[in-house]
Ligand binder design. Structure first.
Ligand code: ADP
Length: 597
């Protein structure tokens, strides 16, 4: 028992500790997997944009303005194979003056135009970027690989405010007509296609669970707070960035709120400077951010209330509840096994006591009978009168023996439900007389005074005469056995209203004998139970009288109650429902109710 309790406590403590470790590991795993999803999302988004930039790449020996035709051709090729052909809304060649050329996709010709108004505000920034990245500034600490005019693969600049991609027009081959310094190719992107096609498809690809999106996903612009470019859930991304599980500056830094620190990532230009940097590989050479405060942010939050910690805590609480539930069941089953074991042990002891008691009960009358028979056989008995006395002794002992055997057989029959009862209306005085008549000899030989108090006009009860009379006989026999020197026995019968509104007949058998201690009272109706004091005092008995009486009372829809005071006496009361409200079953038979144990 104690060992079991210790084991369960240790298991509970270990379970608690392990679940802590598991939930920490789960947080790390979830954060890792979220980060991977964000990185993949990022790669894919960049791939979609980079493809346009790559398609616009010029042959190294192409010459301006032949390049214009080449741009138109390359663009048409890109469009014919692109995943999102509508992603580009306009293609411009921006001159350093206010002039511009715009590609007419139908005629595939560039047509004269002017800088679109929304581009104009960027003009300063573009010029500045171009100046900063000119070759003669190399070595001054500016990252070169991106803005180098000599590197046609570098320098695509994403402007989130439009959005658009810009690239300075460079031509390394000698030109028939040099482009004016500060000319740009500008790819104006269709924000509606980004919002309604590109970003939703990316969210589905990287944040989908078994039942729709596991995460709420939004792309917001750092430019104006609350400028939501895309949101998987209405409202998400507006004000709620702070409690997100992950935030990534799409064109700047990756910010990981789970790990806590911003991480410098891939598409940052190579830190190498100088001519060698041309050969260096950087992760996203085709794109770089515009002003950092305009950066787009990818914001994700787990659907179950983010930040991720809350989800893990909830998972841990659920796991703990399940495992503590299992431990609780284990404790209950252990307790039940212990209780059942104790009961089985006690029952085994009771049965051994029973066998001892029965053997003892058999031995006494058998000894008397056999010595009386010996005396007769050896001619020790003389005269008719003495012979008659011996005959009476032998008959009484034999009756006691057969009574004992009857009781054991009866117990076996009721225990197995084989006992049949003949139910019929019974008058109470008739019943009491039958019981007293059967025990008269015993009562008289023990010199007991019997006091009767039978109320007039008692209603009949419904029952089996011999069973109920046997039940009362057992109570009367006990009153005589345990009635001590007072030698008094009271039989009382009355009728009472029950709390259920019916009437009940109560027949009590009282004595002024040894009484029963409160500790023993709960056990006296258990089969084979005998009070240790009476067993020690060698009072005859088997421990079957009361269980038998109770099972017979129950078969008649009645019960037996007891009140007792040690040293003052006991009162056993048989309660039987009055016949008018007894069940209207025909007088056929009712099965005995098994003795409760
Ligand atoms: P038995 O009398 O054969 O021992 P019972 O089932 O009739 O078996 O009674 C069980 C126990 O209940 C007795 O051993 C005795 O200790 C206690 N008991 C029963 N009736 C009385 C009584 N009237 N007064 C005191 N103790 C009693």
């Amino acid at each position: 028992m104690i060992v079991g309790a210790v084991v369960v406590t240790v298991l509970a403590a270990l379970q608690y500790r392990w679940s802590n470790q598991v939930s920490e590991a789960t947080s790390v795993r979830l954060a890792d997997s979220l980060q991977m999803s964000m990185i993949n999302w990022h790669l894919d988004f960049f791939r979609d944009l980079s493809e346009i930039g790559l398609a616009m790449r010029m042959d190294p020996d192409s010459r301006y303005p032949d390049e214009l035709e080449e741009y138109a051709r390359h663009f048409a090729e890109w469009r014919s194979q692109a995943k999102y052909p509508g992603l580009v809304s306009n293609l411009y060649i921006l001159k350093s003056s206010d002039q511009a050329l715009r590609l007419n996709p139908t005629s595939r010709q560039f047509e004269p135009d002017v800088w679109p108004p929304e581009f104009r505000s960027l003009r300063e920034a573009l010029q500045y970027a171009l100046r900063r990245s000119s070759p003669d500034r190399a070595g001054e600490g500016f990252p070169e690989s991106f803005f180098s005019l000599g590197n046609p693969l570098a320098g695509w600049r994403f402007e989130p405010s439009i959005p658009a991609l810009f690239h300075p027009i460079v031509s390394r081959a000698p030109a028939r007509e040099q482009p004016e310094p500060g000319d740009w190719v500008a790819i104006e992107l269709n924000r509606t296609v980004i919002e309604t096609q590109v970003l939703p498809a990316l969210a589905q690809a990287y944040f989908r669970g078994t039942e729709g999106l596991d995460f709420e996903v939004a792309v917001v612009s750092g430019n104006q707070p609350g400028d939501v470019i895309y949101s998987s859930d209405p409202g998400f991304g507006g004000q709620e960035i702070a409690n997100a599980d992950g935030i990534m500056n799409i064109f700047g830094h990756v910010q990981d709120t789970v790990l806590g620190s911003p991480i410098h990532v891939f598409h940052r230009p190579s830190e190498n400077t100088g001519p060698a940097a041309f050969g260096g590989i950087s992760w996203f050479p085709l794109l770089q951010e515009g002003a950092e405060d305009q950066d787009w942010k990818l914001v994700v939050r787990h659907r179950r209330g983010g930040p991720l910690g809350a989800f893990v805590v909830e998972m841990r609480r659920r796991d703990l509840a399940i495992s503590f539930g299992a431990l609780f069941l284990l404790v209950i089953s252990m307790a039940m096994v212990i209780i059942a074991g104790n009961r089985a042990q006690r029952l085994a002891k009771l049965q051994v006591d029973f066998v001892t008691a029965v053997s003892h009960e058999l031995r006494t009358p058998l000894t008397v009978i056999s010595s009386a028979a010996d005396n007769i056989a050896h001619g020790v008995v003389e005269g008719k009168q003495q012979l008659a006395q011996y005959g009476t002794v032998i008959r009484n002992q034999a009756r006691q023996l057969s009574g004992l055997v009857e009781q054991i057989l009866l117990f076996a029959a009721t225990g197995q439900g084989r006992q049949r009862y003949d139910l019929r209306p019974l008058e109470i005085p008739e019943l009491i007389e039958a019981a007293l008549a059967s025990t008269r000899e015993l009562v008289q030989s023990a010199q007991f005074t019997v006091e009767r108090e039978i109320a007039p006009d008692l209603p009949a009860v419904r029952g089996d005469l011999s069973a109920l009379s046997q039940c009362l006989q057992n109570l009367i026999t006990n009153a005589v056995k345990y009635g001590s020197e007072q030698r008094w026995l009271g039989v009382r019968a009355r009728v009472l209203e029950t709390s259920m509104g019916g009437r009940e007949v109560q027949i009590s058998v009282a004595d002024r004998g040894i009484g029963i201690s409160p500790a023993e009272l709960p056990h006296i109706f258990e089969p084979f139970y005998r009070s240790p004091s009476v067993a020690a005092a060698q009072v005859h008995g088997t421990g079957l009288g009361l269980p038998l009486a109770m099972s017979m009372a129950r078969a008649m829809k009645g019960r037996i109650t007891v009140t007792s005071q040690p040293g003052r006496g006991s009162t056993f009361t048989l309660h039987l429902p009055a016949a008018e409200q007894a069940t209207r079953k025909t007088d056929v038979e009712a099965k005995a109710v098994g003795v409760s144990q």
